[in-house]
Design a protein around this ligand. Structure first.
Ligand code: G3H
Length: 525
């Protein structure tokens, strides 16, 4: 097996510690092995990458206690700290994180099979996200460094933390999406318990020391283990104020329902989607095909924003299918570090079998695999199958495939895709391909009410991260973006006083003495 020297797995990473209450505790109990579906040998064999602690309920509750203590009923060092000092902690963290790029990128490739350019992008985008978050928080702080006066009441209004956050991220962006929750949650003054995703867990190891040394003890607690064993008791305690989860709605629903006080629990969720592409008959076909290829196949379709169903107008569907299928077949499959590898091994060992089930179900109900390589299977992959014509009774139409299979649905009346979208449980984004403004205008006006982002002549995506990322129905709760995430993880809270000499003298003294970290008109430059 020809693996470049720098990407070879020479040592197994045995993660023996976990972070609780500012201490990296050594774990001597049961451990779980972490395998890559990528083989290091010519004869296929999954590669053992390392081990992680299989913590139990006791350790999970210790992590919770540490987070609760760090919040300390709102009196903790972290939630009461001056904004400028919390920012300094975050800056310290990100500068340490940057030194770990090579290790993390290598682990991203092995653990989840993401190709080298996309793994590098995931790392760099996350670092940029942290810096942008810091800048945005400074601006937010500047905007609130003032008093307002209405109806004889002075008010000093800021955003304050919510409390303890349980943070769970997905395997497809185990660094970026997890940090897109954790970083804003922390900077706003919350304390957190964070459990890395099942795949993409070892890549957090290089950061444990940075978490430990950058933040006061108990502010970030990192635990390992099965969700059911560690996350469930944390929720049952009723002490979690925010469930921050990017993943599937089944886990989100199960965790939510464990919490005994539903009004206490705030939710920040990014869940499933079944984003459609709608290709109108006047669409620029070359452009539509390229964007649909990127949208449906990048990272093998394992993106919540992936195009998961393509509606193509009857008048052009034949031509679309011919050219689209040829382009899918031309995509290169290879290991993540291989030059030009667009399709890469699937991290979930049972995914090829699941995708095959969807193909079998669709072909039994009348669809055909229209590309030559569609469905070709190896130990860790199944080549994207383009299925046509797909109908509503097929599982591939109903389920979020989150993998390499592309259903094409022909339509003649635009109400067909619109009705399907209205009936769908999901409502994240849509891609709309066409040119005629008279057709596009009413469609756009409808689509913005069915989803939360209409991508005109381009595939769906989350970025740039400064734009709002959210969804309707089962696709999301709350909005993420650099700016919106700071709002999602905080609440407006303020000090109000009647405008009279007695109160105003006190306010003046509060400001002059700088005794309060909250009541302050200091301006962060
Ligand atoms: O898995 C869902 C991600 O948020 C998608 O992000 O559009 O940048 O791939 P992306």
């Amino acid at each position: 097996m020809n693996i470049p020297e720098q990407y070879q797995i020479k040592n197994i990473l045995n993660q023996q510690t976990y972070l609780v209450g500012g201490e990296l505790k050594t774990w001597a109990g049961e451990t779980s092995e972490v395998y890559s579906t990528i083989s290091s040998t010519e004869i296929y064999k999954p590669t053992l990458l390392g081990t992680i602690p299989t913590l139990g309920e006791k350790e999970a509750l210790q992590a919770l206690d540490a987070a609760v203590l760090a919040y300390n009923k709102g009196q903790g060092l972290w939630p009461t700290m001056k904004v400028v000092n919390r920012i300094a902690c975050m800056e310290k963290f990100v500068s340490q994180m940057k030194t770990k790029r090579a290790e993390i990128v290598k682990l991203l490739m092995w653990e989840i099979g993401k190709n080298l350019p996309d793994s590098e992008k995931e790392f760099d985008r996350t670092v940029e996200y942290i810096y942008d978050t810091i800048e945005d928080y400074k601006q937010m702080d500047r905007d609130s460094a003032k008093f307002e006066k209405n109806s004889g009441v002075n008010a000093h209004i800021r955003r304050g933390p919510l409390g303890v956050v349980l943070c769970l991220g997905p395997y497809n962006y185990p660094l970026n999406e997890t940090f897109a929750l954790l970083i804003p949650a922390l900077i706003m003054g919350n304390t957190a318990i964070f459990k890395p995703a099942k795949h993409g867990v070892l890549l957090i190891s290089p950061l444990l020391e940075a978490f430990k040394t950058s933040f006061p003890k108990g502010v970030v607690n990192i635990i390992y283990g099965r969700g059911r064993t560690v996350a469930a008791p944390i929720m049952q305690s009723g002490k979690v104020d925010v469930l921050a989860l990017i993943g599937n709605s089944k886990s989100a629903n199960a965790l939510q329902s464990q919490h005994p006080k539903s009004n206490r629990l705030r939710l920040v969720l990014g869940l499933e989607a079944k984003n459609p592409a709608i290709v109108l008959k006047d669409a620029d076909l070359d452009l539509a095909i390229d964007e649909c290829i990127a949208g449906s196949t990048s990272f093998n379709g394992q993106r919540c924003t992936a195009l998961k169903v393509l509606y193509v107008h009857n008048d052009i569907v034949e031509e679309f299918n011919k050219r689209f299928s040829a382009k899918v077949d031309a995509l290169k499959f290879g290991n993540p570090w291989e030059d030009g590898a667009k399709l890469t091994p699937l991290p979930e060992p049972d995914k090829p079998a699941y995708i095959q089930e969807l193909i079998d179900d669709a072909t039994a109900k009348g669809a055909k695999v229209i590309n030559k390589k569609g469905g070709e299977t190896t130990e860790n992959y199944i080549f994207p199958a383009v299925l046509y014509p797909v109908t509503k009774d097929m599982r591939v139409f109903q389920e979020e495939q989150f993998g390499p299979v592309i259903p094409v649905v022909p339509f003649s009346d635009i109400d067909e895709p619109l009705d399907d979208m209205a009936a769908s449980n999901y409502g994240q984004q849509v891609s709309l391909f066409g040119k005629d403004v008279k057709t596009l205008a009413p469609l756009i006006d409808t689509l913005v009410n069915l989803v939360c982002r209409v991508n005109l002549n381009s595939s769906c995506q989350r970025g740039p991260d400064v734009y709002p990322f959210t969804g309707r129905k089962d696709s999301a709760v709350a909005t993420l973006s650099v700016h919106d995430a700071l709002r999602s993880f905080s609440i407006r809270t303020f000090v109000a006083s009647k405008d009279n000499e007695y109160n105003n003298a006190i306010l003046k003294e509060l400001l002059d003495s700088r005794a309060s970290n909250f009541v302050s008109t200091d301006y962060i430059l």
